[in-house]
Design a protein around this ligand. Structure first.
Ligand code: PRX
Length: 644
């Protein structure tokens, strides 16, 4: 074994775990690797409801895959209806708390009723299977209700995170060609109203001809102008609706949702997930990684606007019949113990969050969690970015009281569900490692030529085989899908992450190898920020890199050259930060704007981001710079920082 500290599963946990001990994990893993059809076919039959059975488990025409070919099912039916003939019918499905302190406990029976009513609202607006809906909402129960209603009817949804600006929203509505936008007047964040309907108006007025209806949920009650004919209040439509709405029998490959994520260009990619395979992946990982028990209260603190919320607040937990907690607001409102107060209040057993959140809470001190009874917790999770061992140890000691295993889960918007993570009753943990692959996941670490590298060698993380929750394509752009994921190393899925595998076969994810930054666990492309910056009238050129940041993992750092003119760098710096927030969203606001006379470029004119990354990381420049056009630019940029 290697020198890293190891935490074997504790005996009490293992005794009750659904996958108990390494032999059980290895058996599952080997079976999935050697007999994928039998393995997945059996699980799909056991864990999901099908209106009609499939003819083949999968069909792989690289790079396109279909799962459960010919099968008919419905995600909303699996998350709701099938629980109603069981003791789960009166179980709480969603345990919600608003930032101001209001709360709701919605049982499976009630959630089913609310979803049926909203499905009928959509039908009454003329929407049908195959149409598209954009959901731009706060973290309120109506968001999963709208998602499940769309899924019920086969309307493909795309949730746009409420932190995205109207510009970003517009681009997504246009790319998807959505017929309906479902939103709210606003939501609460840090005791302030985030006005969502205003952003929708700004996005669509005159610019999104596909949108026929805007449905607005009343959350904050603030003054909200409504455009007659186009805009409708959710509660008014609901008043005329009915409780009964059968789930449509959909093909296993029916498009469930599109989720936009940052790629390496300025244009976000619409990642398409479909029905049967995706739901099976989300459901099985809920069991394997979160070891979910009937009586568990489970809380994933993500926002549903990101993939984590799709798979592990809504679809995975509800399909598994779990009580899933949803919290609307910020972790520091009204004080830094809000999350711990919620854990104590709802007796949360499983808590899943991001390293950024953990690091931010560490900074506030141990007195905040110490105020609350956290003894209900039995399992902790982490997602979105590498967790540094110090943050891992704190999470383990201060939140888990040394008792709770931590599942560090590696996956991506594209993978649909967790890919590398420990099964907590089986796999010994090493802080900082996502440990071992899930059944059916065949990773490898390779050089750019596609050759496996040795133990402990850094290389590119690739996946050798299609899996059930895999993205099917990029919405409207199958060529980009092929080129982005299946061409770098021909025939295998290129994750865009660097990693190493140690002698025990454990995976250590090292971060992105492309021009994608990871800020607070949110993906942001350097090109997206650059395109936003060059739209500003004063900016000639921009180059953006991620700068290591103690809390958020990376921060956005921009190098900017200006057009001729007389500018105050101070004022313009502030303006540009605000500009990016307006173009993309507040979470993308740059931490730093550095003005420079020129950007370092190769002779062929490509900006050398690697050098800029080195400048922001270490302020020294090493490596091969012979292709630089003008080395003095780099020295000046580095020197400029020394003066700061
Ligand atoms: O770089 C990896 C990092 O987040 C990227 C995926 O981002 P996104 O599609 O936004 O999905 C985030 C939530 C699933 C990956 O390419 N990442 C995610 N989880 C981990 C991670 N890096 C290290 N360890 C993780 N557990």
């Amino acid at each position: 074994m290697s020198q890293d500290p190891i935490y074997p599963p504790n005996r009490e946990f293992t005794a009750k775990a659904s996958v108990s001990g390494m032999d059980a994990y290895r058996r599952l893993y080997t079976e999935a690797a050697e007999q994928p059809e039998e393995f997945w076919g059996q699980l799909a039959g056991e864990h999901l409801h099908w209106f009609q059975k499939w003819s083949h488990v999968f069909e792989w025409n690289p790079p396109f895959v279909k799962w459960f070919v010919g099968g008919k099912t419905n995600v909303s039916y699996n998350c709701l209806d099938r629980h109603l003939n069981s003791p789960r019918k009166d179980k709480v499905a969603i345990l919600w708390e608003g930032e101001p302190g209001d709360s709701r406990a919605i049982t499976y029976t009630e959630l089913h009723r609310l979803v049926c009513r909203f499905s009928n609202v959509l039908l009454a607006r003329g929407l049908k299977t195959g149409d598209r809906a954009i959901l731009y909402m706060p973290m309120i129960p109506e968001l999963p209700i709208a998602m499940l209603a769309c899924a019920r009817l086969g309307i493909t949804h795309s949730v746009v995170f409420g932190g995205f600006s109207s510009e970003a929203l517009k681009a997504r509505i246009q790319d998807l060609g959505a017929q309906v936008v479902i939103t709210a007047d606003g939501g609460w964040r840090r005791a302030k109203e985030v006005r969502l309907k205003d952003a929708v108006d700004e996005a669509i007025t005159g610019e999104c001809p596909s949108v026929k209806d805007v449905i607005v949920c009343r959350r904050t009650g603030s003054d909200t102008p409504m455009q007659p004919g186009r805009d409708h209040w959710w509660h008014e439509l609901d008043a005329a609706s009915q409780d009964h709405c059968p789930a449509v029998e959909l093909d296993s490959e029916h498009p469930l949702y599109v989720l936009y994520t940052s790629g390496t260009t300025g244009k976000p990619k619409g990642i398409l997930h479909t029905t049967g395979g995706y739901l099976l992946h989300a459901t099985m990982t809920m069991r394997w990684v979160f070891d979910i028990k009937e009586e568990d209260v489970y809380w994933c603190s993500a926002d549903i606007g990101w993939v984590t919320g799709h798979s592990y607040i809504v679809y995975g937990p509800l399909s598994a019949g779990t009580t899933t907690v949803m919290y609307e607001g910020a972790p520091d409102t009204p004080a830094f113990d809000r999350w711990w107060a919620l854990v104590a209040k709802y007796k949360v057993n499983i808590f899943y969050t991001s390293p950024t959140a953990i690091r931010a809470l560490i900074r506030q001190g141990d007195e905040w969690p110490a105020k609350h009874d956290l003894s209900s917790l039995r399992l902790l999770g982490s997602v979105g970015e590498p967790i540094n061992p110090a943050a891992w140890e704190w999470y383990h000691r201060v939140i888990g009281k040394g008792r709770c295993p931590i599942v560090d889960t590696w996956w991506q918007t594209e993978t649909g569900g967790i890919m590398i993570a420990p099964m907590p009753g089986a796999v010994p943990l090493k802080p900082g490692s996502a440990t071992l692959p899930m059944p059916g996941v065949l990773p490898e670490i390779v050089s750019l030529e596609g050759k496996p590298v040795g133990d402990d060698q850094e290389g590119f993380l690739i996946l050798k085989r299609p899996w059930p929750g895999m993205l099917r394509t990029i919405w409207g752009d199958p060529e980009r899908y092929r080129e982005q994921y299946w061409s770098r190393v021909p025939g295998v899925y290129f994750t865009g992450d660097a990693a190493r595998r140690d002698k025990d076969g454990y995976y250590w994810i090292l971060g992105r190898v492309d021009d994608v930054m990871n800020v607070s666990g949110h993906r942001l492309s350097t090109m997206e920020v650059e395109s936003a910056l060059v739209k500003h009238p004063a900016v000639a050129e921009a180059a953006v890199v991620g700068k290591p940041h103690e809390i958020t993992g990376q921060a956005v750092c921009c190098f900017v050259t200006l057009k001729k003119g007389d500018y105050s760098h101070d004022i313009l710096g502030k303006e540009l930060r605000q500009w990016v927030a307006h173009e993309i969203g507040a979470f993308a606001r740059p931490a730093e704007i550095r003005f420079t006379e020129a950007l370092p470029k190769t002779r062929s004119g490509k900006i050398m981001r690697r050098l800029l990354r080195e400048i922001v990381t270490s302020n020294s420049v090493a490596g091969d710079v012979t292709t630089l056009e003008d080395m003095s630019v780099v020295t000046r940029l580095a020197a400029q920082h020394d003066e700061d």
